[in-house]
Design a protein around this ligand. Structure first.
Ligand code: FES
Ligand code: FE
Length: 422
């Protein structure tokens, strides 16, 4: 594969084939999802010892546990005997997992503790210490957000996030006590490549007036002010910020905006120019951890690859622990009305993404490029616009700067050698 000719971000062109080709998808699982830091979930999903939840790292099912000692760990959800999932539920509490196929039993720290027929069938010759669950190579947290990687040689999570950490902090630790997940994760599939969703959150403010025009028409979202920036931090990470906060309108936003104003006022004392980015806006941490932080609610989206043209979306709502309880329920309603499988925005986005993907079935269609030329060569350092030493480069509110950097990062990883992470 010649990734240089497929991804020509220098001129803003990307081959459509990278959104459909099964061979490219297989390589992504190894070179992108096998090497990057991937978001697993939030600490509030593991409230006590023996709590667990399941999620994906790329296409691999993983189980994330809090052990009896209170340590967060993550394992491939695959029995070391014949590969059956040892955990088949989304979340719960369990000190160990018993495989439903032949009954091998693993403690929630991954240790193999029980093997039926150990004496009679294995003659006590099976070395159980060698057959524990496969653990992730590294696991680190960022203000309660849990990330892991299969890549033992990966940089630290902080280094991986780079300049993105400065802004991400504004989303997850801007008020006393930080954030917590409101119970329940919405999970559903969309027949489209995962990158189409990641890039939409990453930097696509451009689609809002057209694709979501009806939501403006009914008065649920105010018309975009077209005052804002797309900000790229390198490494494929970026976000888009509408100055003053995107997505206002409707009853809740006024109250929530007031709460946010209080948060902003509190932070002003520190006089950090990054605090201008509250709420943060929409964005993606490469490859597939996306978010939307507006004046109505704050969601996190994971776009898990299931095939070249199928993505499993996981969406969850976060609130500040300090958010008053009466507002919490209103925020939850706004979130459900907007995103998730029945959300107004989501239905519009999902239909469009599916039809883009459907349109790529034809030989002629997939032989063309997508156009990512918007704002090419017109970005500048964020610090020039917002002062301080703020990291990143900024393009205007409608710019495909972030997309170009995302696909440049993707190309770099896809071109890397085939050596598998240990
Ligand atoms: Fe798990 Fe056999 S597959 S015990
Ligand atoms: Fe949208």
């Amino acid at each position: 594969m010649n990734y240089k000719s497929m991804v020509r971000t220098e001129v803003g062109l990307v081959s459509r084939s990278i959104f459909v080709d099964p061979g490219i998808y297989e390589r992504e699982l190894q070179n992108v999802f096998g090497r990057c830091w991937l978001y697993l979930g939030h600490e509030s999903q593991l409230p006590e010892p023996d709590s667990f939840f399941t999620t994906f790292m790329g296409a691999d099912s993983v189980v994330v546990t809090r052990t009896n000692e209170g340590v967060v760990r993550a394992f491939l959800n695959s029995c070391t005997h014949r590969g059956m999932k040892v955990c088949r539920t989304d979340r719960g509490k369990a000190p160990h997992f018993t495989c439903p196929y032949h009954g091998w039993c693993f403690r929630n720290d991954g240790t193999l503790i029980g093997v039926p027929g150990m004496r009679e069938a294995y003659f006590n010759e099976l070395d159980r210490s060698q057959w524990g669950l496969r653990e992730v190579a590294r696991l680190e947290k960022f203000h309660g957000l849990i990330f892991a990687t299969w890549n033992a040689e990966a940089p630290s999570l902080r280094d991986y996030l780079g300049g993105m950490a400065t802004y991400l902090e504004r989303m997850v630790s801007r008020s006393d006590g930080g954030i917590e997940m409101v119970a329940g994760i919405q999970k559903w599939e969309i027949p489209v490549n995962w990158k189409m969703i990641a890039e939409n959150f990453l930097g696509d403010s451009y689609h809002v007036p057209t694709a979501h025009g009806s939501v403006v028409d009914i008065g649920y979202r105010r018309r975009p002010k077209l005052r804002g920036y797309q900000i790229s931090l390198g490494g494929g990470h970026g976000f888009g910020s509408e100055l003053g906060g995107m997505g206002g309108g409707g009853a809740t936003s006024e109250e929530y905006d007031k709460f946010l104003a209080g948060v902003r006022d509190n932070m002003k004392k520190q006089n950090d120019p990054a605090d201008q980015f509250i709420p943060l806006g929409h964005g993606t941490v490469f490859p597939n951890f996306s978010f939307l932080d507006n004046v109505k609610f704050r969601l996190v989206r994971m776009s898990h690859p299931r095939s070249a043209t199928l993505t499993e979306c996981h969406t969850m709502l976060f609130v500040d622990k300090a958010l008053p309880s009466e507002l919490r329920d209103k925020v939850r309603r706004d979130f459900i009305l907007s995103f998730g499988p029945s959300g107004m925005f989501e239905v519009e986005d999902g239909e469009i993404w599916s039809e883009v993907s459907d349109g790529l079935r034809g030989h002629m269609s997939r032989s063309l490029d997508f156009n990512y030329q918007m704002g090419l060569g017109h970005d500048k350092p964020v610090s020039e616009e917002f002062g301080g030493n703020l990291p990143g480069r900024a393009g205007w509110y409608w710019s495909e700067l972030n997309h170009r950097d995302f696909y440049r990062q993707w190309r770099e990883l896809m071109e890397a050698s085939d050596e598998r992470p240990r």
